[in-house]
Design a protein around this ligand. Structure first.
Ligand SMILES: [Zn+2]
Length: 247
């Protein structure tokens, strides 16, 4: 499993995209979150890493929660993939995996920009753009080639942390979360853990991550730090856009 880091910023960043990644397993690609402007987000991460993918290559999108910096790329992805299907260059709508709580609000968020298209002669629905699948905490879901488990984090809105496994190796993704030791303990079985850090409310100050056992810190990488974050405050490496993790 290889992971292309596509965004490392927090919601207020002037220089980074929202924290996000694309997981490569076999010949399949699974996106973790989808910040705007997603086509450019992918393009720049590819330019920095040597990967050659566009949104066309991604069949599965996991949306951890509905904060803009994690999901506002869905409109352009949904529309571009719809156009691709109309042209015949794509067969099926991409699958979108998220919590039941987020799924219930998804179309409310997307409808103003996606609810009508000239020429269709009918109102559009979420099913025109995405095959929505529910991630249920405590259950294992099939997401493309991966087995994905989810855990509800402590955040402003319903949010899922993730364990993604290809059967041999596991990636842990904290998603946005307040410091919660039980969440870190849940992620600790992973071979690589991408954890958020931020001093803002409902996020995880780095001091709490610095206190983790050496074996956990050794496999941890950081995203979601505020602009200007001093990397010397921790021995846990800070990720950059375009980094590739070998899990
Ligand atoms: Zn958030």
């Amino acid at each position: 499993m290889r992971v292309l880091i596509t965004g490392v910023g927090d919601a207020f960043s002037r220089v980074h995209y929202g924290s996000s990644a694309v997981v490569e397993s076999g010949r399949a690609y699974v996106a973790i979150d989808c910040p705007d402007p997603y086509h450019r987000v992918l393009h720049e991460a590819c330019g920095a890493s040597g990967w050659r993918i566009t949104a066309d290559a991604i069949d599965d999108y996991i949306i951890t929660h509905l904060h803009a910096d994690h999901c506002h790329g869905l409109e352009t992805v949904g529309l571009s993939q719809w156009v691709a299907r109309m042209k015949g260059s794509r067969q099926a709508a991409p699958r979108l995996h998220t919590s039941a709580a987020a799924a219930g609000k998804l179309w409310e968020m997307l409808e103003p920009g996606m609810g009508t298209l000239i020429g269709t002669g009918r109102p559009m629905t979420i099913e025109d753009y995405f095959d929505v699948r529910i991630l249920t905490p405590g259950e294992t879901a099939k997401v493309g080639p991966l087995a994905v488990r989810a855990r509800v984090t402590t955040h402003h809105v319903p949010t899922l942390g993730l364990l993604l496994s290809d059967g041999a190796r596991t990636l842990g993704w904290s998603s946005d979360t307040r410091y919660e030791q039980a969440h870190i303990d849940w992620l600790a079985e992973a071979d690589v853990i991408v954890h958020e850090t931020s001093p803002l409310p409902a996020h995880c100050p780095v001091e709490h991550l610095n206190e983790q056992a050496a074996a956990v810190r050794a496999k941890m990488r950081l995203v979601h730090a505020p602009d200007g974050f001093d990397a010397m405050r921790t021995d846990i490496p800070l990720l950059r856009e375009g980094d590739v993790l070998e899990v």
